[in-house]
Design a protein around this ligand. Structure first.
Ligand SMILES: O=C(O)CCC(=O)C(=O)O
Ligand SMILES: [Fe+2]
Length: 312
């Protein structure tokens, strides 16, 4: 959806948001009044999630696709309906992060905004929905059952252990890309646990996964957060000194391009998370998909991750 069209719909959606989040003016006043008190706990039943459930009721079952040959990479094409995307975009817009065109990234650690908590619940819901649909095989004995359960854990979008952890995510990065902007090839910082979700909004991009050399250790890809920060940049040359991507890749890298469309959910775990880099090539007004030019407009992505426990 175009940003312009989105703006026209904000009035419609604002009523829903007021019902969900309350009036933002009154929230500011409350914050001022209780500034010495700890912030209120999040609602036990996130309201946006309820809204998502309502608008999802008449939708078909979610279509999951395993991306071969990247083990652990899954995409859910119809994760968010267009109405859900509008609600989510309006919530992001209400944060005011991207009012200044110079700002193209926002990060949150620990307590996430309510809409992001709800988005995380939707991710869990979507993965569980896959689980249900794939558990139709006949099982006789316990041993056979556990064997199938074990095998299934490698074939589902996220393992049971990841999808049931609490919280599922406690870190969020929202990126805004203008046409021609990208993100350099990287493996997400090892300070984040396995199991990463990316939700795409507004416009399509091709994301490319590249296999790391099998000789490389998992701990090698990115060593410092400053190295990670420089990945979020306009072009490769901006951080040539600190990025060591050349040394990470095999001489003949396997490249797997993936088309990310608005409303998609991409999940990375296992090999996809640790043994492959991912990137969106910038400096191109038109990316190519199946030989055709892909029109680029602004894209927003929401990446959800969980921090590893702090070391002593
Ligand atoms: O914007 C995206 O889709 C990817 C973002 C990403 O890879 C990251 O923030 O680590
Ligand atoms: Fe990433």
């Amino acid at each position: 959806m175009q940003v312009g069209k989105l703006c026209q719909k904000i009035m419609d959606v604002s009523e829903i948001l007021t019902a969900v989040f309350g009036d933002s003016d009154s929230e500011v006043e409350e914050d001022n009044n209780v500034s010495l008190l700890p912030p209120p706990p999040p609602p036990s039943t996130p309201l946006l999630y309820k809204l998502f459930q309502v608008v999802s009721e008449d939708r078909q079952k979610l279509a999951w696709e395993k991306i071969e040959p990247v083990e652990g990479l899954w995409i859910c094409q119809d994760f968010l309906s267009s109405q859900q995307q509008e609600v989510l975009l309006t919530a992001i817009q209400a944060e005011g992060w991207f009012l200044d065109p110079q700002h193209n990234q926002a990060m949150r650690f620990g307590q996430l905004p309510n809409w992001a908590i709800d988005l995380a619940l939707l991710v869990r819901h979507a993965v569980s929905a896959y689980d249900d649909s794939s558990s139709t095989c006949c099982l006789n004995g316990n041993s056979e059952k556990s064997q199938i359960t074990l095998e299934k854990s490698f074939r589902q979008p996220l393992t049971h252990q990841i999808v049931q952890r609490e919280p599922l995510f406690d870190q969020m990065t929202v990126n805004s890309y203008e046409p021609g902007e990208g993100i350099s090839d990287h493996v997400d910082l090892l300070r984040f646990e396995d199991g990463i979700a990316i939700v795409s909004l507004l416009s399509a991009r091709v994301m490319t996964f590249t296999k790391l050399d099998s000789g490389n250790k998992v701990s090698e890809p990115i060593k410092s957060s400053s190295e990670f920060e420089c990945l979020r940049k306009r072009n490769y040359s901006a951080c040539q000194e600190s990025c060591s991507k050349e040394s990470l890749l095999s001489e003949v890298p396997i490249k797997v391009p993936i088309l990310l469309l608005p409303g998609n959910l991409l999940l990375m775990s296992g090999e996809a998370r640790y043994q492959w880099t991912h990137e969106i090539v910038g400096d191109e007004k038109h990316q190519l998909w199946n030989g055709s030019k892909l029109e680029q407009r602004r894209r927003i992505s929401v990446t959800l991750r969980r921090l590893c426990p702090a070391r002593d």
